[in-house]
Design a protein around this ligand. Structure first.
Ligand SMILES: [Cu+2]
Length: 399
């Protein structure tokens, strides 16, 4: 420990006694049992963590299980200051050791995958960082920023005992929606070759939900097929995928608040000869299904059975729109003439205000575009999935 602050390290997923906990709180202990709670500047401390059979991956787990570690002298402050990382606990047969700590670096020793990546998705609140007063000196006019700053007092038992609201906009400007410490796509691209088997260790620590996905790829999480890796506070998971289609793909958080903040990175898949079941052309051995979808404008009534008694706000009037709005819907036709609609039964006719894209094409009014989607063995339901998986499609020109 060489920093100016008192900090600690608190692990997840391993065994420790009070001296290896690294978390400061009122636990009724004293003396040696408190020495791990906060290491002073210039000091050092030996944390002892054990990985016992009870902490090893189970037979049903993947070869390795990711866990997080972070500062816990004041967890909010410590994590905002940057003190977070990831560790792996692996089955013996997959490695020659059980735990390996990888602070935002790749592990690279697994035999069951070609590539390993860390996706630490979080919101770093610089207002709460131990170093905020130093960072504020980077402001063009430090005095001006200091006056706008949100001042947070000392924390006792996780409660802030004083709090100066400051300037909310300035406070928000210091909240970094990051992936591995990078915002607005500044994370260097995750590089894969076509057909690579990859695992993404997706973790989060703070109080927000992140729904991470890679466009053009499905994932397997806990042996189940999905396209979303959902992580909440202090969540750690492994998302397995196979690099499809050489291209530049978006990896981002689907939480719409975080889409607005451009919480994203990119996956670069380079070209390489691959087995036919992975390459696009090789996927065409299956049945081809053609759908002719038009995007049409309609007037949609949100409450066709509305009575004056059951809704105040949906009654149309001089100062209210009412229950009817202009919408766009996908409508299925029999062929490219787009003149004969497909009649759908009641069970199939569920409004559909939703859409799709895979190539990013922007289809202009009156134009048509042919999207090709492939369903290969690597996207299929897994052995433990139910026989069908439900996905949505939607427009993605502007979310
Ligand atoms: Cu997010």
């Amino acid at each position: 420990m060489a920093s100016k602050g008192n900090f600690s390290i608190h692990p997840h997923g391993v065994f420790y006694d009070k001296r290896g906990e690294g978390a400061r709180y009122e636990d009724g202990t004293s003396g040696a049992d408190k020495a791990d709670d906060a290491i002073r500047p210039g000091g050092s401390y030996l944390y002892i963590w054990n990985v016992t059979k009870r902490h090893a991956p189970t037979a049903d787990d993947d070869a390795c299980v990711p866990w997080g570690y972070h500062g816990h002298t004041n967890p909010t402050r410590d994590i905002a200051s940057g003190l977070a990382g990831i560790g792996l606990i692996c089955k013996k047969e997959s490695n020659h050791f059980l735990m390996h700590v990888i602070p935002f670096a790749v592990h690279g020793k697994r035999k069951d995958v070609d590539k390993e990546f860390v996706v630490y998705a979080d919101i770093a609140d610089e207002n709460k960082s131990f170093f905020f007063e130093e960072s504020i000196q980077k402001c063009g006019q430090p005095d001006v920023c200091q006056a706008r700053a949100v001042h947070i007092g000392i924390v006792v038992r996780f409660s802030v005992i004083y709090y100066d609201a400051g300037d909310e906009d300035f406070g928000i400007s210091n909240e970094m929606h990051h992936i591995n410490g990078y915002v607005y796509g500044n994370q260097p691209p995750f590089k894969m070759s076509h057909g690579d088997r990859a695992v993404f260790y997706v973790i989060s620590l703070n109080l927000a939900s992140h729904i991470m996905r890679i466009i053009g790829h499905t994932m397997s999480i806990k042996h189940k097929r999905t396209e979303n890796a959902l992580v909440n506070s202090a969540s750690f998971l492994s998302a397995y995928t196979v690099a499809c289609h050489p291209c530049h793909w978006l990896l981002n958080c689907r939480n719409l608040d975080h889409v607005v903040e451009d919480m994203l990175a990119f996956v670069d898949v380079s070209n390489k000869p691959v087995p036919s079941e992975i390459a696009g052309p090789g996927r065409r051995h299956g049945r081809i299904r053609k759908y002719y979808l038009a995007i049409e404008e309609i007037i949609w009534d949100y409450a066709p059975g509305l009575s004056p008694d059951n809704s105040v706000f949906l009654q149309q009037g001089s100062n209210r729109i009412g229950s009817k709005y202009k919408k766009a819907v996908y409508k299925l036709y029999t062929d490219t003439a787009f003149t004969t609609p497909v009649t759908r039964g009641d069970k199939e006719n569920h409004s559909s205000f939703t859409a799709t894209t895979s190539s990013g094409a922007n289809v202009a009014p009156g134009a048509t575009y042919r999207y090709q989607f492939f369903v290969s063995s690597i996207d299929a339901p897994t052995k433990i999935d139910s026989s069908c998986i439900t996905y949505i499609y939607r427009s993605a020109v502007d979310l």
